[in-house]
Unconditional design. Sequence first.
Length: 179
Amino acid sequence: MEPLLSAETIAARVGELGREIAHDYQGRDLVLVCSLKGAFVFTADLARAIGIPLRIEFIRAESYGDAMDSSGEVRIREVTDRALDGCDLLLVEDIVDTGRTATRLLEVLRAHKPASLKLASLLYKPSRQIVSVPVDYLGFTIGDEFVVGYGMDHAGWHRNLPYLGVVQRPSGPPTEARR
Ligand code: IMP
Ligand code: MG
């Protein structure tokens, strides 16, 4: 597996994001909404890097199947049943690729009439964007490569890798990750 981002690099960035979020949400009713399954590791680390009281809820979208390219159709499979109305919701995503999933999840969450709604994503692939979605708290921008590890999978595998690796697509070499 070709490494893209080491566990140490990820941890340092997650720590920075945690401090920024804690500063911005001081005194608010912060609820992290973890996008299953891929964001479970990021959410666990981010939540512990945010040094203020918060709650964690879960939502699930599916668009991929086992392919490396989005099917285009996003199904929302679960949403937490605890009331989210009036809370400060921060959707936590692993990666914004075409932007369809995050857009759909934000729509579903907006219907809960939160006091505020923002998006945190560990990764963003601008080269693949189809729907524009602003990422309020972004870990890293990466190129057009399929990544696994740190919660992210290919056909269900590799979620437990502590670092981010690249699964080679048929075309082209991987590019450098950048902030
Ligand atoms: P989008 O709807 O195309 O933005 O895709 C978002 C979802 O697709 C992410 O939450 C991931 O679950 C999955 N995904 C997109 N790119 C990758 C990748 O490189 N590795 C693993 N999963 C990915
Ligand atoms: Mg996902």
